[in-house]
Design a protein around this ligand. Sequence first.
Ligand code: IPE
Ligand code: IPE
Ligand code: MG
Length: 248
Amino acid sequence: MGLFKRKPKAAAGNRPVPRHIAVIMDGNGRWAKKRGLPRQAGHKIGAETFRTIATYCKDIGVQYFTVYAFSTENWKRPQEEVDALMELFRKYLREAAETMFQRGVAVRVLGDLSPLPRDILELIRETGEIADTLGPDAATASLCINYGGRDEIKNAVRAIAEQVKGGALAPEDITEETIGAHLYTAHMPDPDLIIRPSGEVRISNFLLWQSAYAEYYFTDVLWPDFKTADMDAAIDAYNSRNRRFGGV
Ligand code: IPE
Ligand code: IPE
Ligand code: MG
């Protein structure tokens, strides 16, 4: 009775949308396993889903769409899978630079990019340049690659410590804004809604600082199966919540 499991797609565009939606793109491996395919096949379809959902978010007026594509912990995976993911980034960054640009979406990459292969770094630089031509008001789709929330905070602390050491900043002048300004997301608002598909109910080191007051939405749908109707359902759930930010 799958009919009743998913909310029917409401007319897109007439619901209020969060300003910033983030997604932990999970379940690619299980999607492939269910079909007797190699895990890489799931990553490939997952990458297609990213493109579809990022475009949909832009179309319905979401200003920032941020996805977790590769964590600082994902290097632990078999070399073959890591290589396949790097190959996908190569292919995608090249395509993203063109198709997403045509759709008016600025693609950005966030994370500690230093261990990435040189040619991927070059692609990321080119993607950034193309994104810049869309101007500061363009809808942004950010791919978090070699991203870890703790690693990000550690790097921010190091940078701030250097400023203090150099005498440019007094410890008592360090504010929450100082920390936020040293994160990869410095230029964007905190996520309003964080979606995790695949049935896992954990954060897995994603946007630890930025998610302080995010609303979470968990669904059993595997990321490669995630459709625009699933995004609508997540937004409807978000719209039904009462965000109090500690107030009454
Ligand atoms: C998410 O899918 C993609 C990455 C972490 C790169 P997974 O590969 O984690 O899929 P599952 O969780 O094994 O199904
Ligand atoms: C989180 O998924 C990272 C990404 C989606 C990129 P994982 O599959 O790596 O998370 P765990 O291991 O289930 O917590
Ligand atoms: Mg997973």
